[in-house]
Design a protein around this ligand. Structure first.
Ligand SMILES: Cc1ncc(C[n+]2csc(CCOP(=O)(O)OP(=O)(O)O)c2C)c(N)n1
Ligand SMILES: [Mg+2]
Length: 200
């Protein structure tokens, strides 16, 4: 498995390429959550499915996609929706869009009896949407082989998630059970890009 240092070096490289104008499409970088993600991936096996959002470089690397293959896709402008079906990892840039797909994949696993599970990553704002609540409720009640990893960076683009909902405590804050795994992190990157060129 990739180390914290290797993950940081990869994002630093992508940041430098983006700021130099070599990547002509949005990138969404992680920082500050390396240890938390490595911990999450201790429970992810090769046969498992991983579903992500627009921010998925670390998950691809930790799922075992070769570094050069991830970089090639990013350079080709596909950072925002990285999909490597042969490694069972799928991403979508639509807020909440990936959740019902992840639930469907978990249903398929349950019906087929295959020994694998689904790990679905959701940002703090995504976790507050109706579709997230429905997906998590349905998964719990039907005991689907899925867990939702709620990643709290306190922001939705530039909006403070707690302020937006007038809710000092998020719906899944500190929840850690079979279906929801919450963690918080502080990033030094903006929502998209790496701080020098176009900001969204
Ligand atoms: C349906 C939809 N609405 C709006 C957007 C624009 N958008 C992209 S990321 C994002 C913020 C989501 O915040 P959060 O779930 O906390 O994830 P983070 O980027 O912080 O990891 C928004 C509103 C989108 N991609 N899709
Ligand atoms: Mg967020």
């Amino acid at each position: 498995m990739k180390t914290k240092e290797e993950l940081i070096a990869f994002e630093d490289q992508v940041a430098a390429l983006f700021n130099a104008g070599k990547i002509r499409a949005p990138v969404h970088l992680y920082a500050g959550n390396e240890a938390a993600l490595i911990d999450v991936f201790k429970d992810v096996r090769p046969a498992d499915w991983v579903f992500c959002s627009w921010r998925s470089h670390y998950q691809c690397l930790l799922k075992g996609v070769p570094e050069q293959q991830v970089l090639d896709e990013i350079m080709a402008g596909r950072s925002i929706s990285l999909c490597f079906p042969e490694h069972r990892i799928y991403s979508s840039a639509i807020v909440g869009g990936v959740l019902p797909i992840a639930v469907g994949a978990a249903m398929a696993l349950q019906r087929s009896g295959e020994r694998a599970m689904v790990h679905c990553f959701v940002g703090d704002m995504t976790a507050e949407t109706g579709i997230a609540h429905e997906s998590i409720k349905y998964s719990r009640n039907h005991k689907l082989p899925i867990r939702f990893i709620v990643e709290d960076n306190a922001k939705s683009v530039c909006t403070d998630t707690r302020e937006a909902w007038n809710q000092p405590r998020l719906s899944f804050e500190d929840v850690c059970d079979d279906y929801v795994h919450y963690y918080r992190y502080t990033t030094h990157y903006p929502h998209a890009g790496a701080g020098v060129r176009v900001q969204f």
